[in-house]
Design a protein around this ligand. Structure first.
Ligand code: C2E
Ligand code: MG
Ligand code: MG
Ligand code: MG
Length: 276
């Protein structure tokens, strides 16, 4: 914490990874600069359909190529972007890049076209017009809005009414919605029944412990059953070994994501893997 500077309260909210508030302000202006000068990049990580034994889609994960530090993980800058509303232009960048990637995949003739899932924070949902922008930009590119999926993270307390409305709006447009990082953060089981998610993404923390402990494995099994009981599809994040994938297959879990299937990769690598 810094004292004695005439800056508004809240600028110095603790971020243990930052030196102090000043580092954060500098990072903010550098991020603003990066948004304006093509300093953001997209990586695509495959989402594996276990039942159909194919890659069903990709998750769009943003990277910031910092002039001095190189690629910076969103773990470091998304929270900052959310605090400063820079998340809106970051989200716009991601949507445009995802639509461009879908066009590239379509243009090399991949059929059926995989979907691309974009991460949306509760803050972005509060800003009006996100879903309209998804519809507008996909249509303008000659794509169905459903080619984009939305992942909403529970890392912040969710406004359940607002999320329910967003899900209903997405559904009218044919856009699927996933709940991200389920089981960590602000998970609120009492509200889950109100939210008609298509997919629940079970946080990688569960996969990590799954092979070492029967209790942890029982947890994954119970959560997958819970997800099915509310009529959603289950995806487990952080799958790094064949053994973990075998467990999911035995549980009837539909989707898996993790380094075993593929790392987040640039679009060029995805196209190359598809023979181009
Ligand atoms: P997430 O949405 O849960 O994304 C999955 C994260 O897990 C990614 O980290 C991915 O690289 C990592 N991961 C995937 N498979 C494995 C695995 O097998 N093992 C391990 N150890 N890690 C794995 P990443 O790219 O650092 O993203 C971190 C978080 O940042 C994301 O978590 C998401 O919440 C947020 N994020 C990323 N891109 C965006 C964005 O465009 N907008 C927003 N609002 N948030 C974003
Ligand atoms: Mg996600
Ligand atoms: Mg996740
Ligand atoms: Mg996660």
């Amino acid at each position: 914490a810094m004292h004695g500077l005439a800056l508004p309260e809240g600028q110095f909210d603790a971020d243990p990874h930052e030196l102090a508030g000043l580092g954060k302000i500098r990072l903010e202006s550098q991020l603003r600069e990066a948004i304006a000068t093509n300093g953001l990049d997209l990586r695509l990580q495959p989402l594996f359909d276990i039942r159909d034994n194919r890659i069903a889609g990709y998750e769009a994960l943003v990277r910031w190529t910092h002039p001095e530090r190189g690629p910076v993980s969103p773990m470091e800058f998304i929270a900052l972007a959310e605090e400063t509303s820079l998340i809106v232009p970051v989200g716009d960048y991601v949507l445009d890049a995802a639509v461009a990637a879908l066009c590239a995949l379509r243009d090399i003739g991949i059929a059926p076209l995989p979907f691309i899932a974009i991460n949306v924070s509760p803050r972005q949902l509060r800003e009006a017009g996100l879903i309209e922008r998804i519809v507008e930009r996909t249509r303008a590119a000659g794509l169905e809005p459903g080619a984009i999926k939305v992942e909403i993270t529970e890392s912040q307390a969710l406004d359940y009414v607002q999320v329910a409305e967003a899900i209903a709006h997405c559904r009218r447009e044919g856009i699927h919605v996933a709940l991200d990082d389920f089981g960590t953060g602000f998970s609120n089981l009492a509200h889950l029944h109100e939210l008609d998610f298509d997919t629940i993404k079970i946080d990688q923390a569960f996969a990590r412990n799954m092979m070492g402990s029967a209790r942890a494995r029982a947890m994954v099994e119970a959560i997958v059953d819970l997800v099915h009981a509310i009529g959603a599809q289950a995806l487990v994040e952080g799958i790094e070994t064949e053994e973990q994938l075998d467990v999911l297959r035995a549980l009837g879990c539909r989707y898996a994501q993790g380094y075993l299937i593929g790392r987040p990769q640039p679009l060029a690598d995805v196209l190359r893997r598809n023979g181009h």
